[in-house]
Ligand binder design. Structure first.
Ligand SMILES: Cc1cc2nc3c(=O)[nH]c(=O)nc-3n(C[C@H](O)[C@H](O)[C@H](O)COP(=O)(O)O)c2cc1C
Length: 356
């Protein structure tokens, strides 16, 4: 079909960078993105990413081996830069010949990118501003992911739409993926047309049939509306904490209490900012585990993006992709209702009027 050929062409650069059939990354989700889900994503033609956020080197090695036993397609590993085991994890990936690393939770420096490149791995990372994005390409990053505030998990302060205009549209020649609040094929195809090389989606795949997340966790997401997925509050500017988007529940209040407790220790010089931030990360990781693995959606952390409001059904990865591409094709063919609106209105001196 001619529209599908158009999408293939628009995705070509992203597919080449990822080594996948589709320029769609399954964003890493701690406790969720394990070998089963990640291999299923890559086998379905997209690009899965293992989450190493809660793993030590041996656990990651085992998970990579398991993933490789389930797929011979490319997949990536997500590494959190503030992790004290950063270099162990990176060495494991290099030794296991992982093709791509997705670096999160900070800005990688030149030496780190050199080390990754020496292992023959590609490095992706996130960028919060145009100057950082430019610097990262100068340092040798292979691609950037711009992730807006709508996303699930740890978030930045700026929306996807603004990041696109502030960064992507000013750096069209560079490979940039877009994440946060994306699901429908119409949006995916528009972003490709604007110059994105692909997109990264998370929340929708947490609910996929192949996701091993607890059924209660999935049910909570499937029932939630966009407004339920709220960003955590920072209690004091002196103690900057990366906000996290989760479904609001008892756990959200517990996080506030924990933040207060750690902040008081920081104020009393009992712990450093780094130690404080790290212990909050451990808190999140533990709370996310309770929700994802034990199904405790009342006290655990039910991380989720605002897009959760239109994720209402547990589907297979193949079905999710089929819908995205059908929507994209229909949109590109100009059959979509929203594009047909132009034919339903006529301009007059007093504005637009509907015509039958
Ligand atoms: C439950 C959950 C856990 C996540 N954990 C991580 C993580 O460990 N590392 C990371 O870089 N991003 C993480 N993310 C972000 C996703 O990789 C992805 O970028 C994001 O979900 C995309 O936005 P969306 O939720 O609107 O699709 C997480 C997201 C969710 C929903």
């Amino acid at each position: 079909m001619k529209e599908y050929e158009k999408i293939k062409k628009l995705m070509a650069r992203g597919c080449e960078i990822l080594g996948s059939d589709y320029a769609l990354i399954g964003g890493a989700m701690t406790w969720i993105s394990e070998s089963n889900l990640v291999s299923a994503m890559s086998n379905a033609g997209m690009f899965g990413v293992l989450a190493s956020g809660a793993m030590n080197g041996d656990q990651l090695k085992e998970e990579i081996t398991l993933t490789k036993s389930k797929t011979n397609r490319n997949f990536g590993v997500n590494i959190i830069l503030m992790n004290p085991r950063l270099h162990d994890l990176l060495d494991v990936c290099g030794e296991k010949k992982v093709s791509h690393l997705v670096l999160a939770g900070g800005i990688p420096d030149r030496d780190l990118l050199k080390k990754i490149s020496a292992y023959g791995m590609k490095a992706f990372s996130f960028a919060p501003s145009l100057s950082v994005a430019k610097r990262l390409f100068k340092y040798g990053i292979d691609a950037l992911i711009l992730e807006g505030n709508e996303a699930g998990g740890h978030i930045g302060p700026v929306s996807t739409l603004v990041l696109i205009q502030e960064i992507m549209l000013n750096m069209r020649e560079y490979p940039i993926f877009i994440a946060g609040g994306i699901l429908r094929g119409e949006i995916f195809s528009c972003l490709l047309q604007l110059g994105a090389v692909g997109c990264q989606l998370g929340t929708v795949f947490a609910c996929a049939q192949e996701s091993l997340a607890h059924k209660t966790f999935k049910k909570a997401l499937l029932r939630a509306s966009a407004r339920d997925a709220v960003a955590s509050i920072q209690i004091d500017k002196k103690f900057p904490v990366t906000p996290v988007r989760t479904l609001e529940n008892h756990g959200t209040n517990e996080f506030l209490k924990k933040q207060m407790e750690i902040f008081q220790k920081f104020e009393a010089n009992e712990i450093s900012l780094e130690e404080g931030r790290l212990s909050l990360e451990h808190f999140w990781s533990g709370a996310l585990k309770r929700a994802v693995l034990d199904g405790d959606v009342a006290r655990g952390s039910v991380m989720s993006g605002q897009i959760v409001g239109i994720v209402n059904e547990e589907k297979t990865i193949a079905d999710i992709l089929d819908v995205i591409f059908a929507e994209a094709e229909k949109f590109l063919a100009g059959l979509d209702d929203s594009t047909a609106n132009g034919d339903k209105y006529a301009a007059t001196d007093s504005g637009l009027i509907a015509v039958s």
